[in-house]
Design a protein around this ligand. Structure first.
Ligand code: C2O
Ligand code: CU
Ligand code: CU
Length: 522
């Protein structure tokens, strides 16, 4: 496969926000759900209390025309031992840094022309606070999130989650990071602890973002851009000191899967996954990295030569899809998943900084044994496939409050769930076999462990190009389910009853309905 040129020579001025006339009226709730989120709870005493407004902005990204984006803008009302930082000049953000056990209140104000809701991806919080599409509020309305940070220290994130329009809202700029800090003294910190949010986009000649153009085939496949933006900035050149870094990498792309590797031939040293630090650092030649996933990467530039460039790249791979089409073929769409390109460039400056040595282990993670599960003998099965031009889960699409019997679980139980890509369970029908694609599977409300990844049904042409890129020994909330793959996860339902979604994190698939509810009952 030929190398695709992502980086064109754009110049751009100093980025600045210009604020469009905003809506000033506020109603509360969306009528459907009169109680949660309506107003602040006076007895809840937050460590962090902020107003977060989603609005349209015109941002000076390039020289010439400003780019119309959506952005979250924060206003800090109270912050004790917690921070909320903007990413300068970016449409993305902000970046929260909080501690386990802290209480957070976010007064979300929707000033978008469409309904929205914020989902706290990876957090273990009550269903009314989790950003289920049923809690979306219209433009001009607000929703108050109040929750305690229960999660392990780690890299979580947040983004909109309204039914059918999550893809376009994230695409236009709405996403930020939610870091739960640890007190590991041996890890790079401060300026050496760096978020890297990777996305792909298309800009037109007027510097405007281009989305799906209502092309049903692109919708089927998902949006693929033709240039990479890192932290909401199309100039992907980052300067680093001669120091050791902890990169908190988030794949914030709608559909693009990266096979991440360093251009200097060094291994990817993965120290954390979705749900925090791994028990041990893992060295792999490349990391398969699907939309929604996070990875903490250790990188030592301390002995690099000044002026030297090190590229973070995406290597070529076979994504196993059988769509009868390639990504590059379609109008307004970027190169297919699996095409090689550079993600960003790190230039090493002459400044020397902190050098750390890689710890050999972190906190142990007790593996959940299959025998602890109430259904170990017959795990629930979730089949992700295509049925008559529609992506489905066990033959079904999303219904706002719909929960099938096979989606009800009991509080305080452990289960094994098995996810299967491409097999409808009724024998290989012609129609289903024609369309297969990778699906990044994500569950709300909890972190789980991967107990088995069965690749016997995969094409070896695909598997051989990705086989060294999986890290399955930490806590996760999202995983890549390749065509023909079967993945078993172990999950425990605790603390909260109610309805949470699970879905494909290819946002176009999600918007098409490749999403369902599961309900935790007493
Ligand atoms: Cu990050 Cu339901 O998603
Ligand atoms: Cu989520
Ligand atoms: Cu999908």
């Amino acid at each position: 496969m030929k190398r695709y040129e992502f980086l064109r020579n754009f110049t751009y001025g100093l980025a600045a926000f210009s604020i469009l006339p905003s809506m000033t009226y506020f109603k509360s709730g969306n009528g459907l759900n009169p109680n949660p989120g309506n107003s602040i709870n006076e007895s809840f005493n937050p460590d962090l209390d902020i107003e977060l407004t989603a609005a349209q902005r015109n941002l000076q990204v390039f020289t010439g025309n400003k780019t119309g984006v959506y952005s979250y803008v924060s206003d800090i009302l109270k912050a004790e031992n917690a921070t909320v930082e903007n990413l300068p000049g970016s449409w993305l953000g902000p970046v929260f840094r909080v501690k386990q056990g802290q209480k957070v209140r976010v007064r979300f104000k929707n000033q978008l022309p469409s309904e929205s809701v914020i989902h706290w991806h990876g957090l273990h919080i009550p269903p009314e606070m989790d950003g289920h599409p049923m809690y979306a509020v219209d433009g001009g309305e607000q929703y108050v999130y109040e929750f305690e940070v229960n999660n392990r220290p780690g890299t979580y994130w947040f983004h909109p989650h309204p039914d059918k329009i999550t893809g376009p809202q994230v695409y236009r700029g709405l996403a930020g990071m939610f870091i739960v800090e640890d007190d590991e003294n041996n890890l790079p910190s401060g300026q050496y602890d760096v978020p890297l949010i990777i996305q792909d986009r298309i800009f037109d000649d007027n510097n405007q973002l281009v989305y799906m153009q209502n092309n049903p085939m692109s919708q089927m496949q998902g949006f693929l851009g033709n240039r990479i933006v890192v932290n909401g900035n199309p100039e992907n050149n980052l300067e680093v000191s001669k120091a050791t870094y902890r990169f908190r990498v988030l794949n914030g792309s709608n559909s693009r899967i990266y096979k991440m590797a360093w251009s200097d031939g060094s291994d990817e040293i993965v120290i954390g996954s979705d749900g925090g630090l791994l028990p041990h650092p893992v060295r792999i030649p490349y990391l398969m990295f699907a939309p929604g996933e996070r990875a903490e990467i250790w990188k030592d530039f301390s002995t690099s030569d000044t002026g030297k460039d090190v590229h973070l790249q995406s290597l070529s791979f076979n994504d196993g899809s059988s769509m009868g089409m390639g990504g590059g073929m379609m109008g307004g769409s970027g190169p297919a998943n699996g095409t090689a390109f550079d993600i960003c460039k790190f230039t090493v400056t002459s400044e020397s900084g902190e050098r750390k040595s890689l710890p050999s282990a972190f906190q142990t993670i007790r593996p959940i044994r299959e025998s602890e599960a109430v259904n170990a003998a017959s795990p629930r099965q979730f089949r992700f496939y295509n049925q008559r031009m529609q992506w489905v889960i066990n033959g079904e699409t999303f219904g706002m409050k719909e929960v099938a019997d096979w989606e009800k679980v009991k509080l305080n139980t452990t289960e094994i769930w098995e996810f299967i890509n491409g097999d409808n369970g009724q024998g290989m029908g012609m129609m289903q076999d024609m369309m297969e694609m990778p699906h990044p599977v994500h569950l709300h409300g909890l972190q789980f462990q991967i107990v088995d990844r069965d690749v016997s049904g995969m094409s070896s042409d695909s598997w051989n190009t990705i086989k060294d890129g999986f890290v399955d020994d930490g806590w996760q909330d999202t995983f890549l389910l390749m065509p023909g793959m079967k993945v078993k996860i172990a999950l425990r339902f605790k603390d909260f009853t109610g309805i949470f979604v699970y879905h494909c994190h290819n946002l176009e698939h999600e918007d098409m309905g490749m999403m369902r509810n599961y309900e935790v009952v007493k």
